[in-house]
Design a protein around this ligand. Structure first.
Ligand SMILES: CC(C)(COP(=O)(O)OP(=O)(O)OC[C@H]1O[C@@H](n2cnc3c(N)ncnc32)[C@H](O)[C@@H]1OP(=O)(O)O)[C@@H](O)C(=O)NCCC(=O)NCCS
Length: 180
């Protein structure tokens, strides 16, 4: 099974990161690395990382090519996986799955997130995904107690995304009992 190593984007690997590409048909599914890095520059809650094969770990300069990019966000103690892309030359070799697992592992290590489970036990959960995989959907609905499962692309958001979020907010407001 593929294993990956996540590294910060620095002056040394910036160009390689900007050169990462997905297939043409995938371009509507994920922002470019340039856009993601620009977002991270102005938002300190965003954590962008370059993805390498695991044996780059421990070396000052990785001797292997960068295979992808991921970025997560931590807001009020809750972690969100905002971006995941594997360069088209390296897709279908298990790096995407391995990166997802590594990001989840890191987010679980973040004490804020453990705390958030106690602070927001009734938080609504929505999975936004690019692929129609029914087994994965059922597994996520059961294990993460998802409230909704949305497929990308969800454009236009006012038709596909906002009604779902409005429904969840309505549910939440209906059930909310303010502490006096
Ligand atoms: C999605 C993406 C990250 C997957 O990366 P990857 O390294 O090719 O994925 P893996 O090799 O780890 O495969 C993981 C699973 O996804 C499946 N998969 C990967 N690409 C797929 C595709 N184009 N269509 C259907 N299934 C696909 C694999 O078959 C595998 O499932 P399996 O273990 O049941 O066989 C990569 O295709 C990508 O960067 N896509 C463009 C950006 C994108 O869509 N990002 C997600 C936005 S939500």
């Amino acid at each position: 099974m593929a294993k990956v190593h996540l590294r910060k984007i620095t002056r040394d690997n910036l160009r390689e990161c900007l050169a990462l590409q997905v297939d043409d048909w995938q371009k509507c599914l994920v922002a470019t690395t340039a856009q993601s890095l620009a977002e991270a520059y102005v938002n300190s809650n965003l954590f962008p990382f370059a993805v390498y094969e695991a044996f780059a770990c421990g070396y000052e300069q990785p001797e292997v090519p960068m295979v992808g990019f991921t970025m997560y966000e931590i807001v009020a103690g809750v972690g969100f996986i905002m971006r995941l892309m594997i360069d088209r030359k390296h897709q279908r070799r298990g790096y995407g799955r391995a990166t997802m697992l590594e990001v989840i592992r890191r987010l679980k290590l973040c004490p804020d997130i453990e705390q958030a489970k106690d602070v927001f036990p009734v938080a609504k959960r929505v999975l936004l995904t690019a692929y129609a995989d029914t087994d994965a959907a059922i597994e996520s609905i059961n294990s993460a107690r998802l409230d909704y499962y949305l497929l990308k692309p969800w454009d236009p958001p006012e038709e596909r995304l906002y009604p779902v979020l409005d429904d969840l907010l309505d549910d939440w407001i209906a059930a909310f009992r303010p502490t006096l």
